[in-house]
Design a protein around this ligand. Structure first.
Ligand SMILES: Nc1nc2c(ncn2[C@@H]2O[C@H](COP(=O)(O)OP(=O)(O)OP(=O)(O)O)[C@@H](O)[C@H]2O)c(=O)[nH]1
Ligand SMILES: [Zn+2]
Length: 340
């Protein structure tokens, strides 16, 4: 059994302020249909919870020893647009301090994809870190790293050999002393290898079959795991592939220069094509704005708008279905009343 102090679990003044009286907090490490697992200064706990759908791994909850009584406001929240029809907005991890975007120093490196994940990190409120794996397989890892850092002044980039635990230890500052790190990135870039090196625990990444809230089988890993450095790693299946939705603010933070220009166009709904008074076109013409960067900003905005709209449409559709269903039930109830 492992014991951690509250601070060691990532507790901070932000959460302390939300407690009243002698409430006891715990941090969610895994979520099941009707119960959660959590770490607490008293050791690991299993707590019953009626509505686990509202919780995420990494959340701080208050409990009475047997059940969850409430969830504390989050410091950060990573969302994604869940695949499938209808599209759903899904909370996949809470209180992640740093979101590491994992890519490799070769085939996988793609500026547009990195920017997409960066927007997700910023929208979540997490610090973005780019980890370039397979540094041992290229002669110029440092140039890849610099290329990544040029994408935004908000990020730090590291090039590592994920298969070398000593090299991976350079990630310690982001997952020590109660700090929580989560990894995102395409398949095959080395996330599992990195996670194993960070936790020193190869077996734990092996997925275990579980029933999720809808009774389907999903593969869940042990989701909040201690790292070798005194901090935490969040690995949930949803972390792997993040669809962009509701990330408009994150996109504008990442492309602050372009967003600032766009805000100075004469027309609020300027499409930055041939409108008079377009500050974006003016900057392009004067060479102050890279056309590639503008194109990537527009593409991300479109994708986010499209996904956010389809989420709204899905919500609307669901509301209409619910309403029809309620009306139907009301009608049959009325009929039944008529009969007896
Ligand atoms: N030489 C070298 N090989 C690496 C490095 N990182 C990952 N690999 C190898 O690349 C392959 C894929 O790594 P994984 O850790 O399974 O990748 P992943 O991102 O977890 O992929 P999924 O499980 O599909 O999401 C494995 O064979 C690793 O050993 C690295 O930095 N250097
Ligand atoms: Zn414009």
């Amino acid at each position: 059994m492992s014991f951690h102090s509250l601070a060691g679990l990532g507790w901070s003044a932000r959460f302390a302020r939300q407690l009243t009286g002698d409430e006891t907090p715990a941090r969610i490490s895994a979520i099941h249909r009707d119960r959660i697992e959590a770490f607490s200064p008293q050791g690991p706990l299993t707590l019953r919870c009626a509505d686990t759908g509202l919780l995420a791994v990494g959340d701080w909850v208050v409990h009475d020893g047997a059940r969850v009584t409430r969830c504390l406001d989050r410091a950060t929240a990573v969302h994604r647009r869940a695949a499938g029809q209808p599209a759903r907005d899904q909370l996949i991890a809470a209180n992640v301090d740093t979101l590491a975007i994992v890519t490799s120093c070769n085939a996988d490196f793609n500026a547009a994809r990195l920017e997409r994940y960066l927007a997700v990190a910023l929208a979540a409120g997490a610090l973005p870190l780019v980890v370039l794996t397979k540094a041992d397989l290229v002669p110029d890892a440092e140039s890849w790293r610099r290329q990544a850092e040029r994408l935004s002044p908000l990020l730090t980039a590291l090039a590592v050999d994920a298969t070398d635990p000593e090299d991976v230890a350079r990630l310690a500052p982001w997952c020590r002393d109660g700090q929580t790190l989560a990894l995102v990135g395409s398949s095959g870039v080395g996330k599992t290898t990195l996670q194993n090196a960070l936790t020193g625990d190869a077996a734990a990444t092996q997925g275990i079959r579980e029933d999720d809230a809808k009774g389907r089988h999903t593969t869940t890993a042990r989701a909040l795991r201690p790292t070798r450095f005194g901090g935490w790693l969040i690995d949930t299946p949803g972390m792997r592939e993040l669809g962009l939705a509701g990330a408009a603010e994150g996109i504008d933070t990442l492309f602050e220069d372009v967003a600032d220009l766009a805000a100075r166009c004469r027309f609020a709904d300027c499409r930055h094509e041939a409108e008079p008074g377009c500050a974006v076109q003016a900057a392009l013409a004067e060479g102050r704005l890279d056309p590639g960067r503008l194109a990537r900003w527009e593409k991300l905005k479109r994708e986010d708008r499209h996904n956010s709209e389809s989420l709204h449409q899905a919500h609307d559709r669901q509301r209409r279905t619910d309403r029809l269903y309620d009306q139907g039930r009301a009608r049959s109830a009325a009929k039944r009343r008529g009969w007896d």
